[in-house]
Write a protein of this length. Structure first.
Length: 197
């Protein structure tokens, strides 16, 4: 089983997160940030990952620490659950329509944390969620998961749809990339023989 159990406690957040890469898309998410809960639930369902996240954060300040630290923990969980990446497909991509929004994500389990982010979110908030925190989440996630992630907005005017489409698309891209490829069942899919750093 490709699973991970992450605990992170700082002066700003206290997080417990579990991940099963080979799950059914079931989730139980309570971060104290409703919009993030919604996005992670969609991410898990579309990725077919079983995900549990419990976070107590200093949301009386704002949601920044919670969003960033959950991204850190999710990235740590992916890195741990993937292990040495033996047998994975390595690459995945998805162009996903969400009403008027069209979002492309592409993933390489490269061993190198890189985010190329191109969303034009038209409003500063979705409900109480600061939309600039979407980039902070993906940046924290990619750095800790040691993967390359490209996010491109091909169309879209509604902030909620743009961000939701991104989380759904990422879930599907990661599901492809993390899937075991029978052709590489006992191999690292790299001519270097390693995908870690």
């Amino acid at each position: 089983m490709r699973t991970a159990d992450i605990r992170r406690k700082t002066g700003e957040t206290d997080i417990a997160l579990t991940l099963n890469l080979d799950g059914r898309g079931e989730s139980d998410v309570a971060t104290g940030c409703g919009f993030l809960d919604h996005m992670l639930t969609l991410f898990a369902r579309h990725g077919r990952f079983d995900l549990t996240v419990k976070c107590q954060g200093d949301t009386w300040v704002d949601d920044h620490h919670t969003v960033e630290d959950v991204g850190i923990c999710l990235g740590d969980a992916f890195a741990r659950a993937l292990g040495d990446l033996r047998g994975v497909s390595r690459y995945g991509s998805c162009t996903l329509p969400m009403d008027e929004a069209l979002i492309l994500t592409a993933v390489d389990l490269s061993g190198r944390g890189m985010l190329c982010y191109d969303l034009q979110i038209p409003t500063e908030k979705v409900g109480t969620f600061d939309t600039e925190l979407a980039e902070e989440f993906f940046l924290a996630f990619t750095r800790r998961a040691n993967l390359t992630l490209h996010i491109r907005q091909l169309a879209g005017r509604n902030s909620h749809h743009i961000i939701e489409g991104t989380f759904k698309s990422l879930g599907r891209s990661l599901r492809q990339a993390a899937a075991i490829d029978p052709a590489f069942a006992q191999e690292i899919p790299s001519t270097k023989g390693v995908l870690q750093g």
